[in-house]
Design a protein around this ligand. Structure first.
Ligand SMILES: NC(=O)c1ccc[n+]([C@@H]2O[C@H](COP(=O)([O-])OP(=O)(O)OC[C@H]3O[C@@H](n4cnc5c(N)ncnc54)[C@H](OP(=O)(O)O)[C@@H]3O)[C@@H](O)[C@H]2O)c1
Length: 251
């Protein structure tokens, strides 16, 4: 993928991995738009990177999704790359029946439905644009599910399947589909759950992970892993089962 001269929309771009991508793409000479639910965090990001464009949007809401697409295309007609990065992660205990699941935001709406619907809404605008691409941020937990985060893991496995199928389907209209598969990275994701696991500490910083992501995109690697997830992408079913047992016996 060409790494400069693009117009890029990054959902959830005000923090963590999205912000690291935004910083890189801005410095590399791209127009960058980021969106998220919290205006304060978007303004903070804009203070750090004055060239970034911001939009308050909840990708779980159908009306916000449609408005985002219309606003982006009216203001930035050249948008040629959509990065589906926004995500949440929740520990959900089904031993408590459905109550725990119902007590928080929907990972299905944010992590899976939003990338699917936004892809569908953006594809007509991406078609015919030079270097058009959709980049979906999934997770290593889509390959090796975490028992404490069953719905999150399912949404990321779903996003992996969707990315594979979509890549094949829209290749013929000139749109590339990438999947970025992060391992655990030190961000604000699921801080509550991480704290409950005894302050689960992660050394990998967003900028370091992002270097691998940008290298992969530049080389047209369509499934980009790093560290443990680089292994998971290529692992046998037996190896994945072993990783599942190891990870879930610790938690
Ligand atoms: N960090 C990791 O260990 C890790 C590992 C594997 C995969 N990932 C994936 O990487 C992506 C980025 O996460 P991160 O680690 O960078 O965590 P993060 O810092 O918490 O970033 C997530 C971003 O998504 C935004 N967001 C959440 N719900 C949204 C909604 N309904 N509408 C619009 N924006 C929304 C958040 O902003 P608002 O709250 O303001 O909306 C936030 O800026 C996620 O898809 C995550 O699943 C992360």
């Amino acid at each position: 993928m060409k790494m400069t001269g693009n117009t890029i929309l990054i959902t959830g771009g005000a923090t963590g991995l999205g912000l690291a991508m935004a910083e890189y793409f801005l410095n590399a000479g791209n127009e960058v738009i980021i969106c998220g639910r919290r205006e304060a965090r978007l303004l903070e990001a804009q203070k750090m990177f004055p060239k970034v464009h911001i939009k308050v949007c909840d990708v779980a809401l159908d009306k916000d999704r449609k408005e985002l697409v219309e606003w982006t295309n009216a203001k930035f007609g050249k948008v040629n790359i959509l990065i589906n990065n926004a995500g949440i992660q929740r520990d959900i205990d089904f031993k408590k029946g459905i109550d725990n699941y119902n007590a928080g935001s929907s990972e299905i709406a944010i992590n899976l439905e939003a990338p699917i619907i936004l892809s569908g809404l953006f594809i007509p605008y991406l078609t015919g644009k030079p270097e058009a691409a959709i980049i979906n941020v999934s997770s290593g937990l889509g390959f090796v599910p975490a028992a404490k985060m069953p719905v999150y893991s399912a949404t990321k496995a779903g996003l992996h399947a969707f990315s594979m199928a979509l890549r094949h389907q829209i290749k013929s209209i000139g749109i590339k589909v990438f999947e970025v598969i992060p391992p655990a990275v030190d961000t604000e994701l699921n801080q509550e759950g991480r704290a409950q696991r005894g302050g689960f500490k992660v050394d990998l910083k967003p900028k370091e992970f992002n270097e691998a992501v940008m290298k992969g995109l530049a080389e047209d690697i369509f499934e980009i892993g790093y560290g443990m997830t680089e292994h998971s992408i290529k692992a046998s079913r037996e190896e994945l089962n072993k990783s599942f047992e190891q990870m879930n016996s610790r938690w």
